[in-house]
Design a protein around this ligand. Structure first.
Ligand code: FAD
Length: 293
């Protein structure tokens, strides 16, 4: 099928884009890489009257060190492929760097943007889980100004976010990683590049004595959005991360922290099994990396 007719607008600045968004509100959709929006329009699952194409808004395309915090700032229109190839991302956000090749296929990453994936809020997408594990915050802008929201405030459910009709996601900010931190990402998909059946992004920090100071284990594809394993964190925090404790934390994550459903791709029981295995693997790797950092 082809999309329903729409009016096409192509601003060149954030200011013009926000002006158009405030004029058209709910009737308009922002177009980023088009890798999710265009298929939904082709299937007539979305029929926006107006498309505001952000592809000429070059001021939203950047990856740079955040001066005040030493973290990383990424513009919403940065292509996924740029993130995958960035030395700065490799250095400042190794978890994000390690995850990039799992997102779809190179052709899709060439067009798909970081902001588009975040705003789309697909529970099977990798970015929301990785950014949750890294405590990212998002800058949303409208004609009335900017506001920063934490990732927990941003995701409201499946394909639902805190963005209002006149707002645009403009920037993602990642804090600098504390010393003695380690990270790991793993997922299982039927074929490489498919959406994952289950995935997990893991970030850990050790204290000076080698005890677990902080742990963020965040799953994708097991709920309505990124799911943080809270009980697993309770099991590990303050303790020396032995293999028995990691096994107990992975079991808690799979049995208590997530509540996956059955669908065409996998049963809930299989998803719990994968979650347990992936949690164990990523925790082990992340703690090893933290010890060697
Ligand atoms: P678009 O499709 O242009 O937009 C998506 C939505 O976000 C729209 O509603 C749009 O209005 C809104 N939007 C875009 N930019 C902004 C902004 N700055 N502010 C506010 N709203 C905005 N993704 C994965 O994570 N993992 C996968 O394994 C994966 N596999 C894929 C396989 C295939 C075959 C395809 C076609 C896609 C796949 N994707 C996957 C999705 C891909 O990563 C998309 O690029 C991404 O979800 C959307 O990014 P986009 O830039 O293309 O956004």
């Amino acid at each position: 099928m082809k999309p329903a007719p729409f009016k096409y607008l192509a601003p060149e600045t954030v200011e013009d884009a926000l002006n158009l968004l405030s004029q058209h509100g709910d009737d308009a959709k922002l177009l980023a890489g088009g890798q999710s929006l265009i298929p939904t329009m082709n299937f007539r699952l979305a029929e926006p009257a107006v498309i505001i194409d952000l592809n000429r808004v070059s001021e939203l395309n950047y990856i740079r060190e955040t001066r005040r915090s030493g973290g990383l700032s990424i513009g919403a229109m940065t292509r996924q492929r740029q993130v995958e190839r960035s030395d700065l991302v490799a250095q400042k956000a190794p978890l994000l760097y390690e995850t990039m090749p799992f997102i779809a296929h190179p052709q899709i990453r060439n067009r798909g943007t970081v902001g588009g994936s975040i705003a789309h809020a697909d529970p099977a997408a990798e970015f929301p889980a990785v950014f949750t594990a890294l405590n990212a915050k998002f800058r949303l802008q409208s004609q009335s100004g900017n506001r920063w929201v934490s990732i927990d405030e941003f995701y409201l459910g499946m394909f639902a976010t805190a963005l209002t009709a006149d707002e645009m996601l403009v920037e993602i900010e990642l804090p600098a990683s504390p010393k003695r931190s380690g990270f790991a990402f793993k997922e299982v998909a039927r074929r490489h590049g498919d959406y994952a059946i289950v995935g997990v992004a893991t970030a850990v920090t050790l204290d000076r004595k080698g005890r677990c100071e902080d742990v963020n284990l965040v799953f994708l594809s097991v709920g309505d959005g990124p799911v943080t394993a809270k009980q697993a964190a309770v099991t590990l925090t303050g303790e020396t991360p032995t293999s028995q404790l990691i096994e107990a934390a992975a079991e808690a994550a799979a049995q208590q922290d997530i509540d996956p459903g059955d669908d065409l791709h996998a049963t809930a029981a299989y998803r719990r099994h994968l979650a347990n295995t992936l949690a164990k693997q990523t925790l082990t790797l992340a703690f090893e990396r933290a010890q060697n950092s």
